[in-house]
Design a protein around this ligand. Sequence first.
Ligand SMILES: [Zn+2]
Ligand SMILES: [Zn+2]
Length: 324
Amino acid sequence: MAELTRLRLPELSATADLLTIGATRIYRVADMEGIGWPVKAMFGALMPADLAAAAEKLPEGAIDAVNATLDLSFNSYLIARPDLTVLIDAGIGNGKERPDRPAWHRRSGRFLDVLTALGFPPESIDLVVNTHLHADHVGWNTVHDGQGWRPTFCKARYVVPHAELDHWSALHAADPSGATLHGAFVDSVLPLVEAGVLTGVETPAEIAPGLSLEPAPGHSPGMAIARLRTEAGDVCFLADLIHHPIQLVMTGLNSNFCGDPTQALVTRDRILRRCAAEAAIVAPYHFASPAFGKVEASGDAVSLHYFPVSRDDIILPAGEPELS
Ligand SMILES: [Zn+2]
Ligand SMILES: [Zn+2]
């Protein structure tokens, strides 16, 4: 009922994944992927011996134990239904000043070109969800038009959990220097508030037919996961509930960025076990392609089974004249 297709976009040197469930298509589109992320920059508490042991239990390439790096991705998910086009989370963005995050500083990625090549130019997006407001989830909320930052998705309503917006708004009010969220609050959140297109919602909330936000606090105070009802069961967009498959092998491991580590652990365990009990499809934000999978719980252990890729498609730019 659910089929996974690997999409190749040679003109853009990009790949994406497409999960098709009846008339619903869900695309994984990465703003950044294939990154060898230093382990210490993600899991400061992790010891080298534990890393090597975990690498043996995970798919090849998930961990490079020799160089102490993790294969990390930054995945937005685009839901395309006949009635609705939704973007879940919004990457790092282009041209953002992030001097204390060199990998995110003044980028010029082709995320919007990939979306457009897949058939989704910015004006086609109806709804943008920010699961939380960390800088790597809100970047494409805005683009610079030469004068200032304006909403990228000009016809979209943007939604964020109320508690999340309140939290970071209060921090920005206490320190208006622009430092909040490495600069992202000022260049990627405030312009939406000023344009009147950002809505804070109390979670849990149904934000569109069959699409809801559910509270998942811990990593960030107001973070939510998104849940989409489909004819193949629910698809849960896990945001930063979990950052890397190593956290399924080492269940006590939190990222350096989890604001309330104890709460993050409790929330992760609760939601993953519920996904397992419901046989929901999961779509984590930072997992490498294919990212989509199902979790299984057995005793203390929770494991992830990736969807097999059943097809390969090449996407060429539309309307380009063929050379003869
Ligand atoms: Zn985060
Ligand atoms: Zn993140």
